[in-house]
Write a protein that binds this ligand. Structure first.
Ligand SMILES: Cc1cc2nc3c(=O)[nH]c(=O)nc-3n(C[C@H](O)[C@H](O)[C@H](O)COP(=O)(O)O)c2cc1C
Ligand SMILES: Nc1ncnc2c1ncn2[C@@H]1O[C@H](COP(=O)(O)OP(=O)(O)O)[C@@H](O)[C@H]1O
Length: 301
């Protein structure tokens, strides 16, 4: 995938199938759009995602994660266009002619029903429909994807994430909510409790579910390991100023320091608490382990 970021000077040499939008979370609804443009690769078009970079400070996906997913799905170009005045103030029609047609050679556009663009957000799918013949592209308007009778949106997903409803979050996303980070050194108390734990700190703008214990799967190279993860500040030990993600893998004994691993969240068990002693904490974590094994055992996934 070709990534074009941090510049408004972009163009393609090939004809393209484009989808535009914020794509916050790349959820099931977004995936309908992405799939439309990927389908057009069969007709020789390059699949291009055009998104504005607003420098968001709390996101479901970090820029790096979004890039990785789009690349994995087969997108050819990702444009992360800085939201600067020269672009933000373009009239919608000019944006279509100057950018989509002249610079990106658009032949096919997939947009959602609520997509708006251009100065004062005046452009909508209707304008694109009106211009398609003259400009030589085809527009497809894609209805919002629904789950349980309600539209899927990043706002809905954020609300569910805030409540730790990971099963639902994962259904709405169409993939498991994950955190990626290097394995850091902790206090090295874990191993003395017989529970070595991977310590990670995701990027500061990554949204996390509530502090507490979750059933998780961790990818190490091409293998997946089940485990349980605590999100929080380890109040029993104290002294942590930054929220951490800490995982015990059920069936592994391996030095993982320095590796970059991805932990995916499934079920929520309990909130993080302060225990009176390390012994009490250890007893509780042993129960957490039993809960985690049962969680995956019952689901066979
Ligand atoms: C499944 C799990 C649950 C945890 N729950 C809590 C908790 O409720 N309260 C707390 O203070 N620490 C909790 N911890 C963090 C422990 O304090 C920490 O793993 C242990 O002290 C080892 O820390 P270290 O990796 O820095 O050596 C939990 C850790 C795990 C893996
Ligand atoms: N089953 C396991 N789950 C998690 N980490 C493991 C496991 N087996 C070995 N390790 C290793 O042990 C380290 C954690 O040991 P721990 O005593 O908790 O130290 P730290 O406080 O530095 O995290 C991990 O970073 C990893 O390299």
């Amino acid at each position: 995938m070709r990534l074009i970021t941090g510049t408004t000077e972009f163009e393609t040499t090939e004809a393209t199938a484009i989808s535009l939008g914020k794509f916050e979370g790349l959820h099931m609804g977004h995936q309908l759009l992405v799939n439309r443009i990927l389908k057009k690769k069969e007709e020789g078009l390059k699949a291009l995602i055009f998104t504005f970079d607003f420098g968001e400070r709390s996101t479901l996906l970090l820029p790096e994660e979004r890039r990785n997913l789009l690349e994995k799905w087969g997108v050819d170009y990702l444009i992360e266009c800085p939201f600067v005045e020269s672009i933000a103030h373009m009239e919608a029609e000019d944006f279509v002619r100057e950018i989509l047609v002249k610079r990106l050679h658009v032949k096919y556009l997939a947009v959602g029903t609520d997509f708006h663009f251009g100065h004062n957000r005046k452009g909508s799918y209707r304008l694109l429909e009106d211009m398609q013949k003259e400009c030589g592209f085809q527009v497809e308007v894609v209805e919002k994807a629904c789950y349980d009778g309600r539209e899927i949106s990043s706002t809905r997903i954020r609300k569910e994430l805030e409540q730790g409803h990971m099963e639902l979050v994962n259904q709405l996303l169409g993939y498991a909510y994950s955190v990626t980070g290097e394995v850091l050194y902790g206090h090295q108390i874990g191993r003395t409790l017989g529970l070595p734990t991977i310590n990670q700190q995701p990027g500061l703008s990554k949204l996390l579910p509530p502090n507490g214990v979750y059933a998780t799967k961790t990818r190490i190279a091409s293998e997946i390991f089940e485990g349980i993860t605590n999100i929080g500040y380890k109040p029993t030990i104290g002294g942590e100023t930054r929220k951490g993600v800490e995982t015990f893998l059920f069936d592994l004994d391996r030095n993982l320091y320095g590796e970059t691993l991805t932990v995916s969240f499934y079920g929520f068990e309990r909130p993080e608490r302060k225990f009176d002693s390390l012994e009490a904490l250890k007893e509780r974590i042993e129960k957490d382990v039993a809960w985690g094994r049962k969680y995956f055992g019952e689901r066979e996934n």
